[in-house]
Every structure is written in C-alpha cells, then in structure tokens.
Design a binder for this molecule. Structure first.
Ligand code: NDP
Length: 453
C-alpha cells in the first residue's frame, strides 16, 4: 500500500500547474490537480490568450483605414464587442476542453474544487481529504486595486474581457503591461482611451528610450497619456463615473479600469499550517528548485512572484516534475527572458536596458535605428519602428535588444536565442539580413551612438 493517496497533489490548473502535473504523470507519478475556477488559469481565461485576440480585434479598424493607400476602397467599419466576446468565449471553452483532455490523457485526476492545505502532506478539496508525498501550489495571482473610495466602481482586466458594450470614454490606470495593452485595445476598438500613470515614465524598470518610444507611438495612435497623476476618489453620477484626481481635477468616464499589479492568491490557503512561509506581498518563498520552507511543499508561477510570465511558470513546472519524479534536479535559468507588451504598436525586449547595462557592465555601446517601415510608405501611417542593441564593450557581447514596432514579439523571440547563446555584436553583423524586413535592421546597425557629451 502506498503511504499517500498521491505522489503529487497540485493546487491550481493554470499554465504552471498543468505542465507540472502532466510531466509528473508522464514520469510515472500518481497525480491529482484541484482547480476551483477554470482550467488553463489566467493565461487561457483572462490573460494572454483573450488579450491577444482582443488586440487583433482592435487592430482591424486601423488596417481598414490604411487600405486606401494600397488601392482598396473600404466602408467605415462598425464594431460589435458582444460578438467578439462571444467568439472569444467559445474559443476559451475549446481551450478549457483541450486542457481537460490533456490532463486526463496523461492520467492526472482532476478535482473541480477549491483545495486548501491542511498540513505538509494533506490537502482538503470538496469536503474530502487527500494525502500526497508532495504538494505543488500553483494558484497564481489576482488583480489588485488601490483602496480608494469608489474603487469598487472600477473594473480590472478580469471584467474587461466580459464587457458587452464598448465604453465611449475609458480611463486605464497603471503604466505596466496590462495598462498599456488595454489602453491600446480600447483605443483601437474606437473608445476615447486615456492612460493614467502615477509616475513620469511608463514601464518604469524598462529601457528608458524604449518606454518613451512606445508612449510616443501609442499617443500618435490616439491614446491620451495623463502622467504624474493619481485618482483619489471615484463616484457614480448617473451613467457616468467621475474620477477626482490628486490635484483636484475631475475626469469623467464610462469605464475605469485598474491595471495596478496583481497579488499572489495565497489568502486562506492554509499555508501556515504546513509551515510554508510567505513574504510581505503574500508570495510563497521558494528556493531555486521551487521548494518552499516546508520540504514537501513546492510552489511555482505567479504565486511565487518571481518572473510573472506564463512561459516562466511552465518552465518552473517542468523543472519541479524533473526534480521530484525524473531524478533530474532542475533549476530555471532566469537570465535573458524575452517579453512582449502587446500594445499597439507591439514592444518587446530581451536582456538589459541601457541604464541597467551601464550599471552592470560599465562601458557599453548602444546602437539604435528608428525608421518608417516599408508598408507605411504607401499606407499613409506615421508609425515608426524603433530598435536598439546594447553591447558590453569589453566582450562585444550583445546584452540587450529592444524593439517597438509591428510584430516586435515575433522578432525578439529569435534575437533572444542569440543572446542566450552569448552572441557578440560581430556575430550579429556577420548575419545576413532577410530583405526587405524590419527585423534585418538588427544585423545592419553599424555605428554606435556617440556617448552624450
Ligand atoms: P505591472 O506590475 O506590470 O504594472 C503595474 C503598474 O501599476 C505599474 O505601472 C505601477 O506603477 C502601477 N501601480 C501600482 N500600484 C499603483 C497604485 N496604488 N496606484 C497607481 N498606480 C499603481 O502589473 P500589471 O497589472 O500590468 O501586470 C501584472 C503582471 O502580469 C506583470 O508583472 C507581468 O509580469 C504580467 N503580464 C505580462 C504580460 C505579457 O507578457 N505581455 C501581459 C500582462 C501581464 P510603478 O511602476 O510606479 O510601480
């Protein structure tokens, strides 16, 4: 008789939990996964996937407007958000089904209940107790709004995906990924979209020039940036919301959306009973193998607040499965993780920004290119592309690559492989470009920018 009901009990069937469970089962472990909400977690249901679909939707209007430069005559398009939401919901249901089949096909038992930790080897779900050699906590995070009067009148990205009518005037609060993506989405769909950020520069920890370029391009497309600004109170007046700002000005809107970060979902999870330590933000404290302070409890993904990205959570999930059930202790390499902001235009990067590279490497060379892409010579759009390489002078290694422009995420994914391999600027230069693309600029930037006097 095995000592425990399961070898692994995973709480949370998001990207990380599903990956870890499937791989663990593949290595021969007896695995259960409990999920209280939806299979696929944030990414599939209210994150990456619907966001990307909405950003495609938001782009269509501009494409129609640009068509005349290419000889097309198109009528002014009209937009039906309810139709988009319904189509999106249908696609998500399909993905939920795929996740269920993938888990079941791997032999993982799915428990459609909220689970809590009872002790270091016991979990409770749906009124039943289960024991496991290892517990994996992969419960993700949840959007947070600042505690201001009237905050309950505002939505977060979770609700934004279920709006049936497009608000005419939107205030999006925040200067991170979600705020920029949604400000672009609302703008593209035809709303009057305003981004309110408390500081002077959006994307605070990113390369300064890259962030500024993205802000400029988004403003050119119609998003209004309200910087150094904070909402102190929200009130409802009939069908309209009134936001009073810290400086006393009042802004009216039909919808206010907060994108001011996400908090780990550790509340009331019973972690203390198992001896699992959480930090001041509520994130589970783990070591390089994702092991918590309770040796039989592991945690991965956003609940650990390391690098809160889906592919990182899946890498952590695979590493845990290998460590526990494949006799291959595995850590995740967090260096050179590429990311993209699916705003309009897209922006993506890998490695260090200029400021961080200077602080870390001292002497650096910076190469930049700013140009109008070929498509817009006929489209009439004033959109520009920006590219930047940051090179450590002593080694000639490229330590940062940044791009603002169409399909930046697609381009930077390839560049990230080069950085992961430690490519030098000379190797970038020795690479033949694909002509005519925007991406070829990354291998043709010959002259370093002169240092500021
Ligand atoms: P971020 O942490 O990226 O940004 C939060 C923003 O809100 C920051 O600009 C922050 O300002 C601001 N902020 C925080 N608290 C307050 C406050 N009390 N009042 C006003 N402004 C505030 O969070 P997001 O919500 O955008 O995204 C959450 C996470 O999800 C990200 O960290 C990211 O890892 C992930 N994500 C990734 C995506 C992708 O890869 N494309 C897409 C969406 C999300 P300040 O900078 O001054 O602190």
């Amino acid at each position: 008789m095995p000592q425990f009901d399961f070898d692994l009990f995973t709480i949370g069937a998001g990207s990380g939990g599903v990956r870890a469970s499937r791989f663990a089962a593949g290595f021969g472990a007896r695995v259960a996964v409990a999920e209280e909400r939806y299979l696929g977690g944030t990414c599939v249901n209210v994150g990456c996937i619907p966001k990307k679909l909405y950003s495609y939707a938001a782009h269509v209007r501009e494409e129609v407007h640009l068509a005349s430069g290419f000889g097309w005559k198109a009528a002014e398009p009209t937009f039906d958000l309810a139709k988009l939401a319904a189509n999106k919901n249908q696609e998500i249901e399909r993905l939920n089904g795929i996740y269920r089949r993938l888990l079941e096909g791997s032999g993982v038992k799915i428990i459609d209940e909220r689970a809590t930790v009872v002790d270091a080897h016991t979990v409770e779900a749906g009124g039943k107790r289960y024991t496991a050699a290892y517990i994996l906590v992969a419960v993700g995070g949840w959007p947070v709004k600042p505690a201001i009067p009237g905050a309950d009148l505002a939505i977060t990205s979770n609700e934004a995906f279920y709006l049936d009518t497009l608000p005419q005037r939107v205030l999006v609060v925040g200067g991170g990924y979600i705020a920029l993506e949604f400000a672009s989405i609302f703008n593209g769909m035809g709303a009057d979209s305003n981004l309110i950020y408390r500081g002077p520069n959006i994307l605070r920890s990113f390369d300064r020039e890259f962030s500024a370029m993205l802000a400029d391009e988004m403003q050119k497309k119609g998003v209004t940036f309200i910087l150094n600004a904070d909402i102190t109170t929200i009130e409802r007046h009939g069908r309209c919301l009134r936001a009073t700002m810290a400086d006393g000005t009042v802004l009216e809107a039909d919808c206010i959306m907060y994108a001011t970060g996400r908090a780990p979902n550790t509340h009331n999870l019973g972690l203390e009973a198992a001896g699992v330590k959480v930090n001041a933000k509520g994130a589970i404290v783990v070591d390089g193998y994702s092991q918590s302070t309770a040796p039989s409890v592991y945690a991965i993904g956003d609940v650990t607040d390391r690098v809160n990205l889906t592919p990182v959570a899946t890498a952590e999930g695979m590493a845990v499965a290998n460590t526990l059930f494949n006799r291959r202790p595995t850590t995740v390499d967090y260096s050179n993780i590429p990311t993209a902001i699916f705003a309009d235009p897209n922006a993506a990067n890998v490695g260090l920004g200029e400021e961080a590279a200077r602080a870390q490497h001292g002497e650096i060379d910076v190469y930049t290119a700013r140009f109008r892409p070929l498509k817009h010579t006929l489209s009439g759009s004033k959109e520009q592309v920006f590219m930047k390489l940051v090179v450590e002078r002593a080694s000639d290694r490229v330590v940062g690559a940044h791009m603002v422009g169409v399909d930046a995420g697609e381009v930077i994914q390839g560049i990230a492989i080069a950085l992961k391999c430690g490519a030098t600027k000379a190797q970038f230069d020795a690479t033949i470009g694909i002509h005519p693309t925007a991406a070829e600029e990354f291998v043709t930037m010959r002259t370093a920018r002169k240092p500021a006097a």
